[in-house]
Design a binder for this molecule. Sequence first.
Ligand SMILES: NC(=O)c1ccc[n+]([C@@H]2O[C@H](COP(=O)([O-])OP(=O)(O)OC[C@H]3O[C@@H](n4cnc5c(N)ncnc54)[C@H](O)[C@@H]3O)[C@@H](O)[C@H]2O)c1
Ligand SMILES: O=C(O)C(=O)C[C@]1(C(=O)O)C=C[C@@H](O)C=C1
Length: 306
Amino acid sequence: MSVVYDRVALIGLGLIASSMFWAIRKAGLAGEVTGYARSEQTRETARRIGLCDRVCDSAAEAVDGADLVVLCVPVGAMDSVAREIAPVLKPGSTVSDVGSVKRAVIEAVGPHIPEGVHFIPAHPLAGTEHSGPESGFAELFRNRWLLIVPEGGADEAALARLRALWEGMGSHVDVMEPDHHDLVLAVTSHTPHLIAYTMVGVADDLRRVTDSEVIKYSAAGFRDFTRIAASDPTMWRDVFLTNKDATLEILGRFTEELFALQRAIRTGDGDLLHDYFTRTRGIRRGIIEAGQDTDAPDFGRAKVGE
Ligand SMILES: NC(=O)c1ccc[n+]([C@@H]2O[C@H](COP(=O)([O-])OP(=O)(O)OC[C@H]3O[C@@H](n4cnc5c(N)ncnc54)[C@H](O)[C@@H]3O)[C@@H](O)[C@H]2O)c1
Ligand SMILES: O=C(O)C(=O)C[C@]1(C(=O)O)C=C[C@@H](O)C=C1
């Protein structure tokens, strides 16, 4: 694979930045990758494990001369990082990010970007419950969606270059409008995380169930909840504080449906429950038939029942 950017700077060296570095390096997509993290400890860890070609002691130093800067910090930290790097951004370069919420990032970062620098927000739909510089791996983005979420018309050449970088890391790239992105992600990612956090909290509150029983008899469904509920608290606090309207909208609908099912259970309405579960099973099968389950081993061609 050929070099897409001579110099890439990654700000915030956690799961996403470290996965980007390993993927970029594996595919030879950049000449040099610099990195910066706020804490001395994270920078030391990064140097120890060879994360980034050069780990810098300030964001400005990492960004100086970069053709692409990717902000990989929690959504709530985007504003201060953008403010800090703005004076040293190279004319003609691109600033992007990987934040899970897009309208808030556009509002926080956009005003700091100088004339002549391209700002192209993005969001990889890939992650794990782990965080920090040692949690990344080169394959994280393979066969996963990367959404490019520009506000208005982005520079075509700059967008094509960013697309090439993510495709080089194995992602499938789509372009989406910011508010639509935030609503879609409220349904597919943000509200499900909140439900998982709640479910694990409920189990913890049930003092009748001792810790060992919760762990020992964890059924697969609950174990999946605990995995998701182990995700980074800072990241998810920021997601809910910044995608407030969309999350509240989806939570409202979720609560209505939950009450309907609760009532069906109380009144013994088996038909309603059966019809509901049949409909939801059909949705899952439809996703797989359409080849849209990116976890399927053969992206785009998985069959029902596999
Ligand atoms: N974890 C996921 O599943 C996932 C998936 C897609 C997108 N994202 C988004 O990617 C971004 C990074 O998430 P992550 O999972 O890599 O998080 P992480 O916790 O693994 O890493 C974040 C890094 O940013 C650093 N940081 C925090 N505040 C900073 C600041 N003010 N200045 C400099 N560095 C700072 C932290 O020290 C840490 O090194 C977030 O915006 C998140 O919403 C996460
Ligand atoms: O797989 C996981 O652990 C994730 O939670 C990843 C996940 C998701 O909800 O799918 C989480 C947040 C993101 O912004 C993108 C991806």
